[in-house]
Design a protein. Structure first.
Lengths: 313, 404
């Protein structure tokens, strides 16, 4: 009985310390809990107008002037310049629009076309005061009803999004990968590191990455961090909330609101988790085995103790 | 020269040369332990098992770890965690064991204090145990430097800063310890050398001393009873195992130890496999960056109580108070002037003293984690004063203790 009380006392003290320096301390330290809103973007009005795909296509290729800068690989439109050249020109590669219709929330896409800086919540970086202008101009309208024209373009992007279900890797590469590297998966801002035949090829590739990063750094103020261990250094809630609204977490960060849908965000997270925790499945199955073994071990140890101590008491 | 005969068996051959029967008798079958003990007496074995796991997992980590400021982070977080088969398991075992070993050390220490197991010839057991505590602390700190993350870098900066000794401005000492003005390659190299060579050797040597120190005074028991080990051993050997107050180390004591170890391992591996976040600080998953100070640099939970004493005062006073807190446990056997080597429950006011100490150290640990502002600072300072006061009054309250 006494022995049992000693054990209880130890468990209580250990538990008190565990909870006090864990969850309680976090609360006190002013890690204010910032609620996430599941990528609903409530500040953006819903997209009411129904778009016309054919008209949207005409706008994208014509008055909208999208393909002057953007590639749409799914319909055979290649990028007008190399990644390094694009970064030197714009700061970052303009995204390929093949999957834009599924990666991003449609209403965000509409708000973005109308006013990119406002949609991305980057007014602190691009405003009349500092005279800085975001590389993508706001869509001024093609003569008709501007809201209808935007809805048409959004409808077109949705119609060409060739993969309705985006893979985790594609979700990351398309939404985050032009600014963030993942060295654990050999991803650089200009692509996955290929197999090199010789050192010259390697150096050429590294030169391109370095040039790209230099331009990106100038564009963003600092090089966006490599995200290999982001889920470990932050946590799931932070990563989700940060994607949804970066300004909520880091005031005046250069990171834009990207406007991904909840499904895309989910895939991005999956990719981040798979990259930093490839052992996860093995941990589960091996873990179960280890625990079962240890229960058997403890049980036999108990039987051994009892068989020996029955002669002692 | 000894006389050797033709061996009748491998056992006999070994026995003639190594005296394995004698070793077995002295170390196991006739190494006498009191019977009146509880599971807290198994903490030594729990610690030995935990240290063995640290040693084995550490050896595997060492095979892949790169002590280079450009490679260290990825050699841990990419190579070991992602590429090496079961590397993640060894890393998680190592990290969790490094944290849990301190929990068991504190339980072991407080058990020793509660039962008066540092008195009447057992002083060297206590002192060698304290040396082990210091060696483990150094081992934990140096190990934390190795992944070369933000916490490695900044905790390394803050802790080595202590060696400039406040107003003494001993910058020469600080730079000598760091191997430079700020932590860099020489810094990582030296903590690597300490962590994988010198300190483990020291720990192993001290474990030998700790075990050796037990030999003559013997293990204490639940009632602090003085046992005539020779007479009781005779009783045991004559077959009166039930009547004897002693048991053999193996298999009697060992069988109980192994059961406790078995239960402990269930808890331990549950943490390793499914709940290891507490042992891996998120900040250390960001590569070291000398240009960017993280928002908060906090010591691991097991250093919090002394950290809170350090930061409760101004720089110089804090350093002295910190040194006091670290050093005072060494002289514990000499501060306790009581004639009794009994459990605290039989020692009147000392019983109260003991629980105040436990609550005070728990309080210091919690306050050490909270920001040193407003109420938390004041409460922390109060706990620090109580800690110091407890050790000042200890000789007086124990001197007037009645003999029981």
């Amino acid at each position: 009985m006494k022995e049992f009380i000693s054990l209880i006392i130890i468990i209580i003290f250990t538990g008190v310390i565990y909870y006090a320096i864990g969850p309680v301390a976090k609360k006190v330290e002013g890690h204010k809990f910032i609620p996430n809103h599941h990528f609903t973007y409530s500040d953006i009005p819903p997209l009411k107008l129904k778009g016309n795909v054919a008209k949207g296509k005409a706008l994208v290729f014509g008055a909208g002037a999208c393909i002057g800068c953007h590639s749409i690989k799914s319909v055979g439109i290649a990028a007008p310049m190399s990644p390094v050249m694009a970064a030197k020109t714009y700061g970052v590669v303009p995204p390929d629009l093949s999957d834009a219709g599924v990666l991003y929330s449609p209403k965000f896409l509409a708000a973005y076309i109308a006013n990119p800086v406002k949609a991305m919540l980057l007014q602190h970086r691009y405003n009349a005061k500092n005279g800085k202008v975001f590389p993508m101009p706001a869509f001024a309208g093609a003569g008709g009803n501007k809201q209808q024209e935007i809805a048409d373009m959004v409808a077109y992007f949705k119609s060409i999004a060739f993969t309705k279900k985006i893979s985790p890797k594609t979700a990351f590469v398309d939404s985050c990968g032009r600014c963030h590297a993942i060295r654990f998966d050999k991803w650089t801002q200009i692509g996955f590191i290929p197999k090199f035949k010789n050192n010259l090829q390697k150096l050429k590739f590294e030169l391109k990455v370095t040039q790209y990063q230099k331009a990106l750094k100038k564009y963003k103020g600092s090089l966006p961090p490599d995200l290999s261990t982001i889920l470990e250094s932050r946590n799931k809630h932070f990563v989700e909330g940060f994607m949804e609204n970066p300004q909520n977490y880091i005031k005046n960060t250069a990171m834009p609101r990207v406007g991904v849908t909840a499904a895309t965000a989910n895939q991005i997270e999956k990719y981040l988790f798979q990259t930093s925790n490839p052992e996860h499945a093995q941990r589960e199955s091996l873990g179960r085995g280890i625990m079962i073994y240890l229960f058997i071990f403890a049980f036999f140890a108990y039987l051994w103790k009892r068989s020996i101590w029955k002669d002692l008491h | 020269m000894a006389h050797f005969t033709k061996a009748t068996s491998l056992h006999d051959w070994m026995n003639q040369r190594l005296g394995i029967d004698t070793v077995r008798r002295v170390m196991a079958t006739e190494y006498w332990i009191p019977k009146n003990i509880n599971f807290l007496w198994a903490m030594g074995m729990v610690l030995a098992v935990t240290f063995a796991m640290l040693l084995i997992s550490g050896l595997f980590l060492l095979m892949y770890y790169q002590p280079n400021i450009h490679l260290a982070f990825d050699s841990v977080n990419d190579v070991i965690m992602r590429q090496v088969p079961f590397g993640w398991l060894f890393r998680d075992i190592h990290a969790v064991a490094a944290s849990i070993v301190f929990l068991v050390i504190y339980i072991h220490m407080l058990t020793g204090i509660y039962y008066g197991s540092y008195k009447k010839g057992r002083e060297m057991i206590w002192i060698s145990g304290m040396l082990l505590y210091v060696a483990f602390s150094a081992e934990a700190f140096s190990g934390y430097m190795l992944p070369w993350g933000q916490l490695s870098y900044w905790a390394g900066t803050v802790i080595t800063d202590l060696f400039s000794l406040g107003s003494l401005h001993a910058e020469w000492l600080l730079h000598w310890i760091r191997g430079g003005y700020t932590p860099g390659q020489p810094f990582l190299d030296r903590f690597f050398a300490l962590h994988v060579v010198l300190l483990p050797l020291l720990v192993i040597g001290l474990i030998g001393l700790h075990f050796g120190a037990l030999r003559i005074p013997h293990v204490n028991n639940q009632e602090g009873e003085e046992i005539d080990f020779e007479a009781e051993a005779k009783k045991y050997k004559s077959g009166d195992k039930k009547g004897s107050k002693v048991i053999a180390f193996a298999n009697d004591f060992m069988s109980k130890d192994m059961f406790v170890v078995g239960v402990y391992l269930i808890f331990f591996f549950y943490l390793v496999l499914f709940h290891n976040g507490f042992a891996l600080d998120p900040i250390n998953f960001i590569p070291a960056n000398p240009m960017h100070t993280p928002a908060s640099v906090e010591p691991e939970w097991y250093f919090l109580w002394s950290y809170d004493i350090l930061r409760g005062f101004s720089t110089n006073v804090g350093l002295i108070a910190f040194a006091f807190a670290q050093g005072i446990f060494f002289v514990f056997p000499f501060l306790d002037r009581s004639p009794n080597a009994k459990p605290a429950s039989k020692r009147g006011i000392f019983f109260l003293w003991f629980w105040i100490l436990v609550i005070d150290m728990t309080g210091l640990t919690i306050m050490g984690k909270l920001p040193p502002e407003g109420m938390y600072r004041e409460v922390g300072v109060m706990f620090a004063y109580i800690f110091i006061a407890l050790f000042i009054i200890l000789p007086f309250i124990t001197k007037f203790e009645k003999k029981v």
